[in-house]
Design a protein around this ligand. Structure first.
Ligand code: PRT
Ligand code: ZN
Length: 283
């Protein structure tokens, strides 16, 4: 049995639970419960505050966990990281009041900066040869300049709208973060094996999220040109159509190069292009 710690309620909770479900792991979840066990996989889930997850995993109270890299690195436990998960993307940024003059991070020398991430901020300032007064506060960091508590703030930014609505301007990106799977460093053989199984499923889900299945019709004389444009897992599947001289091509394309490929294959004579999502991709 492997014990997984995820955030009880917050920005990581839903995506963490969805990832587990997409891995085919079923469980009964209730917002009132602190613990649940899967009905079809040797996994127990603990629901905790995100800040407690790295510590519990390091101590072995939980075997693995899902947490933001910002929290993990702030707590100095980056050695526990196993795999980036691609959700809850955000950045830790420095921001100053909209009207304040600002040219470079050196302008923060001798200033007061409010943050909930003193270690990440201190490391960044040190790298840049800046000495500032760091005020550690646990919440509502963005109001610190307007109440005279600080000249600047260092906080998590996602869309940027919180900064704008508090009259602040993002000036430096200190740290880029996303959700990460972490694991205790001394798992026994049985737990390691379960983790391997879980990682295999996570990789299949992640590959599928990035890939699209594409079907198209093409005149036979265009097949070789179109095939060369379709990367696929191996090579495209080619099936003859009932109509003489035409074929159907099936392949897999990566989301990142998707539009570029579509344009090129259209120019090469592809018609009736269908693009469908892939649920799992096992290679
Ligand atoms: O109760 P618990 O301690 O478990 O939760 P929490 O309140 O400490 O954390 P939570 O749920 O707010 O965030 C969990 C994790 O989500 C963070 O550690 C980040 O890794 C990640 N994440 C992603 C974010 C954001 N996006 C985010 N936008 N964490 C916080 N924010 C906040 C930010 O602090 C600021 O107040 O949202 C505001 C900015 O958002 P924008 O979109 O206006 O820029
Ligand atoms: Zn927290």
């Amino acid at each position: 049995m492997l014990r997984l710690a995820i955030q009880k309620s917050g920005r990581l909770s839903e995506d963490s639970l969805n990832l587990i479900r997409e891995c085919g792991i079923s469980f009964i979840s209730s917002t009132l419960k602190l613990k649940t066990e899967s009905t079809n996989f040797p996994l127990e889930i603990l629901f905790l505050r995100d800040d407690d997850i790295p510590g519990y995993v390091a101590d072995g109270v939980a075997d693995i966990g899902i947490v933001g890299e910002n929290v993990l690195v702030e707590e100095g436990k980056q050695q526990l990281a196993v795999e980036k998960l691609g959700f809850s993307k955000c950045r830790l940024s420095l921001a100053v009041p909209k009207g304040a003059s600002y040219d470079s991070v050196q302008d923060l020398d001798g200033k007061n900066i409010a943050t909930s991430y003193p270690n990440l901020l201190q490391a960044y300032l040190q790298e840049n040869g800046v000495t500032a007064q760091i005020h550690t506060i646990s919440g509502s960091v963005e109001i610190a300049p307007s109440i005279g508590l600080a000249d600047a703030i260092c906080d998590i930014v996602s869309s940027g709208s919180t900064l704008i609505s508090n009259g602040l301007r993002e000036v430096e990106r200190v740290f880029k973060s996303e959700a990460v799977l972490i694991a205790n460093e001394n798992l026994n053989a049985e737990k390691k094996q379960i983790l391997e199984k879980l990682l295999f499923r996570i990789h299949s889900v992640q590959r599928a999220q990035k890939a699209k299945y594409i079907l198209l019709n093409a005149p036979n004389e265009s097949i070789s040109e179109i095939s060369a444009l379709l990367p696929g897992v191996k090579s495209p599947t080619i099936l003859p159509l009932a109509e003489e001289g035409w074929s159907s091509l099936h392949s897999v394309v990566n989301e990142d190069d998707f539009w570029e490929i579509i344009e090129k294959i259209k120019d090469a004579g592809a018609q009736g292009i269908l693009v469908v999502p892939i649920e799992k991709m096992i290679i």
